[in-house]
Design a protein around this ligand. Structure first.
Ligand SMILES: O=C(O)C1=C[C@@H](OP(=O)(O)O)[C@@H](O)[C@H](O)C1
Ligand SMILES: C=C(OP(=O)(O)O)C(=O)O
Length: 430
């Protein structure tokens, strides 16, 4: 479906003040929904994210006979676990551009009896999945590429896999390992998963292991190189489970307070967050932000901002925010080891470089890094967002830094944060 193309003009913002309560984490919401659907028993999920990525997971589960009751604002769900049994859907499962739906469902459905076709938006057809499919095929799965080898859409003839020893390439996306780990307890026998290549986005594996643990499954993790999972297990409902606030979404408010001045209290993540992207706030302390840390919130104020040179492999999503913070820091900023920006919602390295140059920055785009020097003089312009929620949200930092900006297609934030611009408005003073 074509979305009407809109533009949003953001006038310069003088300061930001107030409280932001974060929507639930995308990564946690989709993992929890899937395990709640697979487990035995009913699960009440609170602070669920209501966004496109979650909607796609919910729709897929409904197609496969899972009953989920949502409250009025869709932030609470009661999921009736199916004990591992899923119905063969009558139509293809359309998963939009949601990696956290597409990859885990591929592995779980490959090991569930039935016929499943998984499709997505055009960009999903350009996002690789070969490393996951290779590992599943090595385990005996039947998966067919319906268009191009190594890319969605897929046709899966699911059957109970026996498990065993398998290697998976971790160098492009951690979601492949996440998917395999989540499916492994459903296999008939035990499995031993070996990582090929350097595992990227490692903290997301901790999120996966944490959620599996909450649903009663332990995984033996040998230094993120070998994972051992017992087969023939049933996930068990934790009864009630709270989705932590989204740490990647927090990055925009951390950055806003650091750039604009004022004070923002960000509720929903804190010093013990299970999400790696909380690490962005630590990077921002290095940049110069003043942050107070609490158990379930952080409070952020402005400081003197200086460019940094960081390896951002562990925080690929939040690190995008640093690229626009760089516009307001003294000296250059380098963000390294982020090759997989190129295979996400868009080629994020190319897109970021293009848009940063448009506003006047000097940018070096490498194969797996970006270096940014702040503009001598800002150019007021419109920003193309490439159907990438994070580009839209990142470039709102221009207004926060006192530069008028026009965001093209602002509704693309619906992937993870449909109300982003309203929340930003609610804390902005002009
Ligand atoms: O597992 C997850 O929830 C995610 C893992 C990351 O992807 P990669 O492992 O592909 O880097 C991240 O970028 C994505 O937004 C969410
Ligand atoms: C990369 C992202 O999404 P996905 O879960 O589709 O990979 C993202 O949200 O930045």
């Amino acid at each position: 479906m074509e979305r009407a193309f809109e533009q949003l003009r953001l006038a310069p913002i003088k300061s930001v003040n107030g409280v932001v309560t974060l929507p639930g984490s995308k990564s946690l919401s989709n993992r929890i929904l899937l395990l709640a659907a697979l487990c035995e028993g009913e699960t009440k999920v609170t602070n669920l994210l209501d966004s496109d990525d979650i909607r796609h997971m919910l729709a897929a589960l409904a197609e496969m006979g899972v009953t989920v009751s949502l409250n009025a604002d869709k932030t609470e769900a009661l999921v009736k676990g199916q004990g591992g049994r899923l119905l063969t859907p009558v139509a293809p499962l359309f998963l939009g551009n949601a990696g956290t739906a597409f990859r885990p469902l591929t592995a779980v459905l490959a090991s569930t009896v039935g016929e499943f076709t998984l499709t997505g938006e055009p960009r999903m057809e350009e996002r690789p999945i070969g490393h996951l499919v290779d590992a599943l095929i090595d385990l005996g799965a039947e998966i067919e590429y319906l268009k191009n080898r190594d890319y969605p859409p897929l046709k899966i003839t699911g059957k109970r896999l026996v498990g065993g020893k398998v290697a998976i390439d971790g160098s492009i996306s951690s979601q492949f390992l996440t998917a395999l780990l989540m499916a492994a307890p459903l296999f008939a026998g035990d499995s031993e998963i070996h990582i090929k290549g350097d595992l990227v986005s490692k903290p997301y594996i901790d999120i996966t292991l944490g959620v599996m643990h909450q649903f009663g499954v332990q995984v033996e993790n040998d230094n993120y190189q070998v994972f051992r999972v017992k087969g023939n297990q049933q996930y068990q409902s934790p009864g009630e489970i709270l989705v932590e606030g989204d740490a990647s979404s927090a990055s925009y408010f951390v950055a806003a307070a650091a750039i604009a001045g004022g004070e923002i209290e960000i509720r929903g993540v804190g010093k013990n967050s299970v999400q790696g992207d909380i690490g962005f706030a630590k990077v921002m302390e290095q940049v110069g932000a003043k942050i107070d840390w609490f158990d379930d919130k952080i409070v952020v104020r402005k400081g003197d901002l200086n460019g940094v040179d960081i390896d951002a492999n562990a925080i690929p999503d939040a690190a995008m925010t640093l690229a626009t913070v760089a516009l307001f820091a003294k000296g250059p900023t380098a963000i390294r080891n982020i090759y997989n920006w190129r295979v996400k919602e868009t080629d994020r390295l190319a897109a970021m470089a293009t848009e940063l140059k448009k506003v006047g920055a000097t940018v070096l785009e490498g194969h797996d890094f970006i270096e940014i020097e702040p503009p001598q003089q800002f150019v007021v312009t419109d920003i193309d967002t490439y159907n990438d929620h994070r580009i839209a949200m990142c470039f709102s930092m221009l207004a926060v830094g006192g530069i008028e900006v026009i965001i093209n297609d602002p509704k693309c934030t619906a992937k993870t944060f449909p109300t982003y611009f309203e929340v930003l408005e609610s804390i902005s003073q002009r």
